[in-house]
Design a protein around this ligand. Structure first.
Ligand SMILES: Nc1nc2c(ncn2[C@@H]2O[C@H](COP(=O)(O)OP(=O)(O)OP(=O)(O)O)[C@@H](O)[C@H]2O)c(=O)[nH]1
Ligand SMILES: [Mg+2]
Length: 219
């Protein structure tokens, strides 16, 4: 089966402080590679990956990998609005990066309005635990995830542990959101697009809804 024949495209944004491992997680997921001396992201990088979420339904995942450094914030902010999914990443060995997750979440949510963005929270660098470098406990991270209404995954880009799970959880969450009407395709918004006409089993009342955000559309 040719996976590049996709039905839906989801735009996913990578969020979190500099050095938490956003680019490393994407590289592990899309290329199965890990670089100890990876370059810091300048502005925004772009990646594509295809995922079959259920038999016959392929999603084109467009990843926007933003720079965590403050000096790029004016550039990276402009990518928030057209995102339907966000991977909120912190470093399990860096308490400050965890403390700033709420801020990342709130800023993106605010800028995406009136559209909806769905999140997954990722604690990266589980491999540091063996060296006694863990600064954030699983329980407190789970509490924050619950508060944000997002699932929580602990991963390691270095060890390649639970990386695919984190990305695919988010993709499936968006797909379920599309089916249930929690997120909707809208003209003039690039968070979700569809290519091939295909009947999607969405809730009829919600999939036909229109608002000031523009006309809704269905595949
Ligand atoms: N031990 C360990 N190191 C990691 C892991 N993931 C990333 N790193 C390292 O952390 C550093 C920063 O990784 P990046 O992927 O560049 O971080 P980033 O979040 O993209 O940073 P910015 O592009 O500046 O926003 C690099 O030295 C990586 O090799 C991991 O799972 N475990
Ligand atoms: Mg980066």
């Amino acid at each position: 089966m040719d996976l590049t024949l996709w039905q839906y495209q989801f735009r996913i944004i990578m969020l979190g402080d500099s050095t938490v491992g956003k680019s490393s997680l994407i590289k592990r997921y899309t290329e199965d590679q890990f670089l100890e001396s990876i370059n810091q992201t300048v502005g925004v990088d772009f990646y594509v990956h295809f995922l079959e979420v259920e038999p016959g339904v392929t999603i084109k995942l467009q990843f926007w990998d933003t720079a965590g450094q403050e000096r790029f914030r004016s550039v990276t902010r402009s990518y928030y609005r057209n995102s339907v999914g966000g991977l909120l990443v912190f470093d399990l060995g860096n308490r400050a990066s965890f403390d700033r997750i709420q801020g990342w979440h709130d800023e993106v949510r605010e800028r995406v309005q009136p559209h909806t963005v769905l999140f997954v929270l990722v604690g990266n660098k589980t491999d540091l635990e063996e060296e006694g470098l863990r600064q954030v406990g699983r329980q407190e991270a789970e509490l924050l995830a619950t508060k944000l209404g997002a699932p929580y995954v602990e991963a390691s880009a270095k060890a390649g542990e639970r990386v695919a799970e984190a990305f695919e959880l988010l993709a499936r969450r968006v797909y379920q959101g599309l089916r249930s009407g929690e997120v909707q395709m809208r003209e003039g918004w690039d968070g979700i697009k569809c290519s091939a006409p295909r009947a999607l089993d969405t809730k009829p009342s919600q999939s036909r809804k229109t608002s000031s955000a523009g006309k809704s559309c269905s595949c």
